[in-house]
Design a protein around this ligand. Structure first.
Ligand SMILES: Cc1ncc(C[n+]2csc(CCOP(=O)(O)OP(=O)(O)O)c2C)c(N)n1
Length: 563
């Protein structure tokens, strides 16, 4: 059967089990949109800015534990997508992004809306393609999905010249993907795992450090089993929150720059760290030479280039986190040294002491709303079951500290790139993936203005989300750094000139609510959660509240500023 390039594209996307894509049209992709119109079983969600499409596809992937797909036009459509692609790359999120391109005969001629998006995104995609001939189209699309999903996941971009989309060819199902130079290692080395068993049995003060790789490989159960079986406290990176229940007594909280006192102290004092699916970001390690100085470090990761990259590791395990941990747990069950498990009560007690002397905390008075209080109340009212997205800044860190995530795939944030404007389109993407869940974007008043146009997407696509703005009328996190490290010179961080967010919500056709006093917080949240449709809740919070603890950049984790 003869098909056009656009028909092959849609057919191949569907054959990957995809039923939703996020996108924005333009001249170079008009043939694809024409084809989409006759394929209503492939839902297209029309965003209002291409950056939104990529963040939505990213969050769709994370909430569903599957792949996300986006489609944008050439030139400005493609360049608008770059921030989203870079964010997905930093967080290892599997998405496939299709970009339109000018006719292949015009490539290199500075044609209208031509950019070299393959060149531009080479450093921020796992792989990218320019499809030069329709003969290669089906194979490339199949490969793109395979590469995005397999091994260490990541974004793959496929650039589609307009003439390739209009050309026709006899369609043939492409063969199984076989890429000679690309064979991710899923199964761990058993001898290495046997060493880990010995290390655990000898350890007096072990901790587990769980990361985004554990979410991606769906290994939370295995991490939790290991921790419980061997009585090992667990910390998790920003990307790993929810991989171990925050309500469990072995939970240490998040480590790093805004980590808990007990998590950072545990890293300083532990004699064994079992790190799974983490990349030892500088926001986690602080000063590298002082990171876990007394510990033997085990690192489990599917990406061999991640191992030893930032931190030197005593026992590397290259493999899928789920497979590696499942096997480790089997071996542990047979060989566990119960006496050493019992002896760990002393270590747990030390941690308990750190927890009770330096807990996370804030003082809620009767006059001014503390942002942490909003998040804690939200946690209580949603029973911790909502999918939470965030923007970037203090709002993101307070959410990580105070929302207590008990399950994976429920905290969706731009971790590595730290993109302000991520949260609202991400909430829409997560809602598309999980329509039965309550999805909430916890936002700063600065960040929310970066992709506020996606309010319309939420309404048009009937993907209702709740937006909680922690409105301090500052670029709070930057101001915090100016306060602490720049002698209180507050350059360009005042956001008092801002829209009325309640009226703005109403202008978009959503509901707007506001709370200005602590006594109004609970009612406003209750009302906002109970109101159908998209709701913006504007919380006028303490302007100068800071995120603590804080490890100043370049300092060791033990040099935390506590209040
Ligand atoms: C796109 C983008 N631009 C700039 C920054 C730098 N930045 C990090 S946090 C922050 C302030 C965020 O302010 P707001 O959204 O109001 O949140 P708050 O810190 O007050 O909670 C800025 C400007 C960023 N992370 N992303």
């Amino acid at each position: 059967m003869k098909l056009t390039g656009a028909q092959i594209l849609i057919k191949m996307i569907k054959s990957q089990g995809v039923d939703t894509i996020f996108g924005y049209p333009g001249g170079a992709v008009i043939d694809i949109y024409d084809e989409l119109a006759s394929n209503p079983d492939l839902r297209h969600i029309l965003v209002r800015h291409e950056q939104g499409a990529i963040h939505a596809a990213d969050a769709y992937s994370r909430a569903k534990g599957d792949i996300g797909v986006a489609l944008v036009t050439s030139g400005p459509g493609a360049t608008n997508a770059v921030t989203g692609i870079a964010s997905a790359y930093m967080d290892s999120i599997p998405i496939v992004v299709f970009t339109g391109q000018v006719n292949s005969s015009l490539i290199g001629n500075d044609a209208f809306q031509e950019v070299d998006i393959v060149g531009i995104t080479r450093p921020c995609t796992k792989h990218n393609y320019l499809v030069k001939k329709i003969e290669n189209l089906a194979r490339i699309i199949k490969e793109a999905f395979f590469i995005a999903r397999s091994g260490r996941p990541g974004p793959v971009l496929v650039d589609l010249p307009k003439d390739v989309m209009t050309a026709t060819i006899e369609f043939e199902e492409p063969p199984e993907v076989h890429i000679k130079s690309y064979r991710p290692t899923y199964s761990p080395n058993k001898k290495q795992l046997a060493k880990v068993v010995q290390l655990i049995n000898k350890a007096k003060r072990p901790i587990i450090f769980s990361g985004g790789g554990v979410v991606l490989s769906k290994a939370s159960e295995e991490i939790t089993d290991l921790a419980k079986m061997a009585n090992i406290p667990v910390t998790a990176s920003l990307m790993g929150l929810g991989t171990f229940p925050a309500s469990h007594p072995l939970w240490l909280g998040m480590p790093g720059m805004h980590g808990t006192f007990r998590a950072n102290m545990s890293i300083g004092e532990c004699d064994l760290m079992i790190a799974a699916g983490v990349r030892f970001d500088d926001r986690v390690t602080g000063r590298l030479e002082k990171f876990a100085p007394k510990a033997k470090i085990v690192q489990i990761d599917i990406d061999p280039t991640s191992i030893h990259k930032n931190v030197s590791v005593d026992c590397p395990i290259v493999g899928d986190c789920k497979k590696s941990l499942a096997l480790l747990n089997q071996m542990m069950k047979r060989q566990i040294d119960q006496a050493s498990v019992d002896a760990r009560s002393e270590w747990i007690e030390t941690i308990e002491n750190w927890k009770s002397t330096m807990p996370l905390g804030y003082n809620q008075n009767e006059e001014i709303i503390k942002p942490q209080f909003v998040i804690e109340t939200l946690h209580e009212l949603t029973q911790g079951k909502a999918i939470i997205t965030t923007e970037v800044g203090q709002n993101q860190m307070w959410t990580a500290q105070y929302y207590g995530f008990d399950r994976p795939n429920h905290f969706i944030t731009s971790g590595g790139l730290g993109v302000m404007g991520f949260g609202l389109p991400a909430a829409i993407g997560a809602k598309a993936a999980c329509p039965d869940k309550t999805v909430i974007d916890i936002a700063g008043d600065g960040s929310i203005q970066m992709n506020i146009q996606e309010m319309t997407t939420s309404l048009e696509a009937r993907l209702p989300v709740k937006v909680v703005i922690l409105n301090n009328r500052y670029l709070g996190m930057v101001r915090q750094w100016q306060d602490l490290f720049y002698d209180k010179r507050y350059a360009s961080t005042n956001m008092e000139c801002a829209p009325d967010f309640v009226k703005l919500a109403e202008a978009y056709g959503a509901t707007g609510l506001r709370a200005s006093k602590p006594s109004e917080v609970r009612e406003t949240l209750k009302q906002g959660l109970a109101t159908e449709g998209t709701v913006v809740m504007d919380f006028i919070v303490e302007r100068e509240e800071m995120v603590y603890p804080m490890v100043p950049a370049g300092k060791s984790l033990s040099e935390m500023l506590l209040v």
